[in-house]
Every structure is written in structure tokens, then in C-alpha cells.
Design a protein around this ligand. Structure first.
Ligand SMILES: [Zn+2]
Length: 201
């Protein structure tokens, strides 16, 4: 690859990241070129490490070094309860509160399907597969209080209620529009405790 080709290749690779357009990719590429060699190589190595060592849990989509994450594998969890969240980062915030003992299901983003549309998101398909196994009796939906999060909550409720499973939504003492991962622990515990069952939609 030519000198220009090497540089353009970096720009192109950076543009694969969400929210990074041509301009920001160019800026980042120049920044990397000016960085200390070791610091720049550390970024590269960190990316390789993540891809070599980590994956999403086959059951709940949590980040794990194994096929099944430590929460799904734990005999101490209440296996009849599943808390649905958008991102793995929210799981860590909730785990820190020590209040929740059930299992999780991580959607890996809000789905925001159009009304009436069906999503084929793999994270929803494997949620339905989990529920069809029959041991889960309550699904608590804790998607973010954003437009997408609310649309996702309604979508999931319509999907899950026909399976005869209780669906509840966490209460929001959390300001609307704020991602759960930024909520403080006290508000999160209150939201979980104040969850309400959603009536048939
Ligand atoms: Zn898991």
C-alpha cells in the first residue's frame, strides 16, 4: 500500500464507527498519526483484545469471556424474572445497587419499530426463545425513557403478553430523556421497586 493508501485506509476503517463521518475520520486519523507510537498501538491492541476475548452471552447478550455470562450461569439468581435493558452498561449500574436478583436480557439498542411492524432483531428473537421455554413468569421492561425506549417497551409488551407472561415497566423517578446508565443508584432502586404491571395492550 502507498503512503497515501495507508492513511486513506485508516480514514476508511474509522468511518465504519457509528457517528464518524469523513471529516471526523480525517481528524482522528491525523490525531493518530501525531500520537506517541506506543499510545496509538495501544488503541489498536485494545480493539484486537476485545474482539479476541469478548463476546455477547448466548442467552442474554451481556458481555462475557465465555459462551454464557456469569449472571446467567449463577445458581443464586431468581430465574423466573427477566429485566430487559438496552445496553450492557445499564446492567452494571443495576448490579451495583445489589437490589435485583433476577436475570437480564439486553437488546443491544432500542428497537423503535414502526407501529405494527415486526422486528427481526436477533436480540428479540432470542428473548422470545427464552420465554417460550416456560420458566420465566415476569418480564420487567427497563428500556430508556426516550421515544425509542417507550416504543420498544410497547412493542415488547404486545409480543410478550400473548405468551401468558406478566409484563411490568419500571417506574420513572428518572427524568424523561435520560439514559438509565446515567441514573443514580437510588433512583434506579426506586424505579425497580415501583414497577407496575402493564395491562393488556
Ligand atoms: Zn447472560
Amino acid at each position: 500500500m502507498s503512503r497515501q493508501g495507508v492513511f486513506n485506509n485508516l480514514i476508511e476503517q474509522l468511518m465504519a464507527l457509528p457517528g464518524v463521518g469523513q471529516k471526523s475520520a480525517q481528524r482522528l486519523a491525523f490525531f493518530i498519526l501525531k500520537m506517541e507510537p506506543e499510545a496509538a498501538k495501544n488503541i489498536g491492541r485494545a480493539i484486537i483484545d476485545v474482539k479476541d476475548r469478548l463476546a455477547f452471552c448466548k442467552t442474554c447478550n451481556n458481555i462475557t469471556e465465555h459462551k454464557i455470562c456469569s449472571i446467567c450461569a449463577s445458581p443464586k439468581r431468581e430465574t423466573h424474572k427477566v429485566l430487559v435493558i438496552e445496553e450492557p452498561s445499564t446492567l452494571h449500574v443495576i448490579e451495583r445497587t445489589g437490589e435485583y436478583k433476577g436475570l437480564y436480557h439486553i437488546l443491544l439498542g432500542a428497537l423503535a419499530p414502526l407501529p405494527g411492524a415486526k422486528t427481526t432483531a436477533p436480540s428479540v428473537q432470542n428473548l422470545v426463545e427464552r420465554l417460550e421455554k416456560g420458566s420465566i413468569t415476569e418480564v420487567i421492561i427497563a428500556t430508556n425513557p426516550t421515544i425509542e425506549g417507550e416504543a420498544t417497551a410497547i412493542y415488547l409488551t404486545r409480543l410478550i403478553q400473548p405468551l401468558g407472561i406478566k409484563v411490568s415497566r419500571i417506574a420513572f423517578g428518572i427524568p424523561v430523556g435520560i439514559d438509565l446508565e446515567y441514573a443514580d443508584e437510588v433512583s434506579l432502586v426506586k424505579s425497580l421497586q415501583g414497577r407496575r404491571e402493564i395491562g393488556p395492550l
